[in-house]
Design a protein around this ligand. Structure first.
Ligand code: ADP
Length: 236
């Protein structure tokens, strides 16, 4: 049984179908990039995977013991989030809120978990710094450490390299590889960057108006869609 099984799923807004008859699976250890042009339905699918939007048809089944709360969501960075008036430590620790239930305060385990994940993301020395004063790359590592407090299984990232400089982008992909290969974290990433996706992911889901491709990176590179989009895409 896969972590995520998407069976004949369609999404619609007011009966207008925007994604139709989608079938794909995500297994433990996969690194899936969801690519496609603006308006192809990436955000809609993401909401579906998070349980925030119901499929119009078909179903999304979570398996292999995966609970909806174990999907760690890393949102796209917005201006409002950038201005969040909290320390790095507070931001990271807040990832434990789901585990905490209704108990007031954070437990020793929560704090140890936050500590461990800050170390993993290389931001222990930034703990007292204000989140809003960080660079884009540092902010993202804080958000990753926060998500890792919420899940040890699967991360869902929305356009994670937007606004990062080339060095931070490279560092980001290195961290993803480490989480995926060393720490067995399954990764789902919505991305604009086809070449980067092909370089780093294990699987590709390419949405385009009315159709889609799903398969391994190798299958994608050999497919008509892959050849067309990779051949036609300019660098950058
Ligand atoms: P992407 O994330 O790939 O840019 P979206 O999932 O945002 O694509 O959008 C897919 C399609 O659904 C687009 O045609 C968009 O106009 C439409 N859409 C998205 N959100 C809404 C909404 N809240 N109401 C109506 N249509 C929507």
């Amino acid at each position: 049984m896969a972590y995520i099984n998407c069976e004949n799923v369609s999404f619609a807004y007011e009966n207008q179908v925007v994604v139709s008859d989608l079938n794909f699976q995500v297994n433990e250890g996969d690194y899936l990039c969801i690519i496609g042009e603006n308006g192809s339905g990436k955000t809609t699918l993401l909401k579906g995977l998070l349980g925030l939007k119901k499929p119009f048809q078909g179903q999304i089944i979570l398996g292999d013991g995966l609970k909806p709360t174990q999907i760690g969501y890393v949102p796209q960075q917005t201006e409002a989030q950038r201005d969040f008036p909290a320390s790095v430590w507070e931001v990271v620790l807040s990832g434990c809120l789901n585990r905490r239930g209704i108990r007031p305060g954070f437990s020793k385990e929560d704090k140890a978990r936050a500590e461990k994940n800050m170390e993993l993301m290389g931001i222990s020395d930034l703990r007292k710094r204000s989140f809003r004063e960080l660079s884009g790359g540092q902010r993202q590592r804080a958000l990753l450490a926060r998500s890792l407090c919420a899940t040890e299984k699967i991360l869902l990232l929305d356009e994670p390299t937007t606004g990062l400089d080339p060095v931070a982008i490279e560092e980001f992909y290195r961290l993803m590889q480490e989480l995926n290969q060393k720490h067995d974290i399954t990764i789902l990433m919505v991305s604009h960057a086809i070449r980067e996706a092909v370089e780093h992911a294990s699987h590709i889901l390419h949405l385009s108006q009315g159709s889609y491709f799903f398969g391994t990176v190798k299958e994608y590179e050999e497919s008509d869609a892959g050849k067309y989009f990779m051949g036609g895409e300019s660098h950058g």
